[in-house]
Structure formats: C-alpha cells, structure tokens
Design a protein around this ligand. Structure first.
Ligand code: FES
Length: 100
C-alpha cells in the first residue's frame, strides 16, 4: 500500500506517513498533529487548513459541500481546505488557519 507524507511546517510536530486515500480525522490526533477537528462533517470550520503539495502534484478537488463551506470560511483562498473532508492523495504540507 502506498503512503503519503504530511508535514506541519512552523510546528514541532514530526511528519506523519499515512495510507493513500486516508481520512485525516481518523489518523491525526492532538498527539501527532497541530490540527484540531470538531464536527468532522465539513460544517464547523475548526479544521480549516492551508495546504501545499510537496511534489507539486494536484490535490483532489473539494466536493460541492466542502467548496461551499470554503466560500464562507476562507473566501478567495485557493489553498484552503477542510482537513476533515480531505482525501489524502499526495504528499502535503499543512498549516492550520483561522476562518475569516
Ligand atoms: S471538523 Fe468541522 S469542518 Fe472539519
């Protein structure tokens, strides 16, 4: 099974390697990441992050409901995602951001 690396720049958290297509809230906890999760269903915005792909690959596009939520929480930010809705498909650097 292939894995993807997630890095948390600007924090003391070590990178984590997760399986392809992993759901982040199932693997990331307060012990291994700076990300926080609330509803885990794309509604609350607690898990708002900014991403950068490590190898420059494209990330899977958000589903319609996530895209709608992102218009509210991070309007005009093409690098914003809800970590709870993200399906891991490439190596990423993630930074927690506050909603607008
Ligand atoms: S945890 Fe609520 S939107 Fe992701």
């Amino acid at each position: 099974m292939s894995t993807h690396r997630i890095e948390f720049p600007g924090t003391s958290f070590a990178p984590v390697d997760l399986p392809d297509l992993a759901s982040l809230p199932l693997h990331l906890t307060v012990h291994n990441s700076p990300l926080l999760f609330g509803c885990r269903s794309g509604l609350c915005g607690t898990c708002l992050i900014e991403f950068e792909t490590i190898a420059g690959e494209a990330l899977m596009a958000p589903e319609a409901a996530e895209a709608e939520a992102l218009e509210i929480y991070a309007p005009g930010n093409p690098r914003a995602r809800l970590a709870c809705q993200l399906v891991l498909s490439t190596d990423l650097r993630l930074r927690k951001i506050d909603s607008a």
